[in-house]
Design a protein. Sequence first.
Lengths: 155, 286
Amino acid sequence: MSQEQRTLHGHPFFHDLEPRHLALVAGCAHEVSFSAGDYLAREGHPADHFFLLLSGGVRMETSAPPLGVLGILSAGAGEVLGFNWIYPPYKWSFDYRATVDTRAFQMDGRCLRGEFAQDHELGYQLMTRFSAVLGRNLDATHLQILELIHEHGTR
Amino acid sequence: MSTAPVKPQAPPPGEAMEPRPLVITKKRREIEGIHTFWLEPRDGGEFHFDPGQFNMLYVFGAGEVPISISGDPGKPGRLVHTVRAVGKATQRLCALKTGESLGVRGPFGSAWPMAQLEGKNIVFVTSGLGLAPLRPAVYWLLNHRQRYGKATLIYGARNPRRLLYVDELRKWRGRFDLRVELAVGSADPTWDGNIGVVTSLVSKTFVEPGNTVALICSSERMMRAMVEQLNQAGLNDGDIYLSLERSMKCGLGLCGHCQLGPTFICKDGPVYRYDQVKGLLAQREL
């Protein structure tokens, strides 16, 4: 197992992936680093990859006039960022900015989609993982909406 | 299995129905629509209570509302309540000024079992105004700090401006014996902390199962989500205590307004061990 595969295996998102699949995703991964303040992705730009955070911290932001720039989610080591590479029009929905020096694996979405076409089991394994992350994010969003409703005492 | 919530002796029925006049000696606007009142008995006496208990606050001419006590149980000379203006009585209450009076009946209900939890690690999990009923338990722990293991406060709010007791949170964060983790739903770039729902912090915060007890207070639906996260972190239902909220009216379990299945929240609650009410909370209608 290469160093890259070992690091990927150590990330919670891939920790129980079979070695043959780990080798395939490692072929679509390369390690990147960002300084505090750097953008990992910009809203509206092509989304052909996602990130597995290894260290540091990233904030999902958007410009929301007249409130200005608002952070709406923060993420750290062990988390996965970016889903827009999965579905058309393959554009980032939000900005992602490093809040501290950050290391991550950048996963090439087009490369992965090519691998999925060859190996449906790999596609299933990754989509199951993404579904779980998306489901948790959706639950969290619904809880926040409920809190808002509760706070205002309305239905 | 942990101990059941403490049920302090209720005031005698005659005394319990008669509001005691207290004067507002200090009032502070916490955030929009939420005020904290410091009250002192007109007769100069003290007001003893256990963490987690509530009072019925009577606004003359407007009505009576159940409000959790949010002050330090170690300082019985001053009663502290944090109130959100949502209905007629609480709006009138929040409009009262320093020097004005209101009637107080109580204290009522069960308490966080702080004395019985000595030796345990304590995790407080709360959001929004839920910090108010939990704060007396935090005070208690800090007043008797050496009797407990690790202590963590996990608190969430809609945005940084909606965090309650900010000055106190800053002080608590500066302590080496209380870990404070905050999360907000959204924030401008000056916020340096977590952004997201408060439950996500439970999984990110180290919780040591086996000797850890969680005290939680939030909206009922949010508490179910908190319990789920605490369960995933290894805590059993019997290691989780929560404070419930219903329409308390008499405070004595006589009128039935706060009935939840076989239990009256004003008398048997508001603090319950989660396994005592788990089945009741899961039901849509009772």
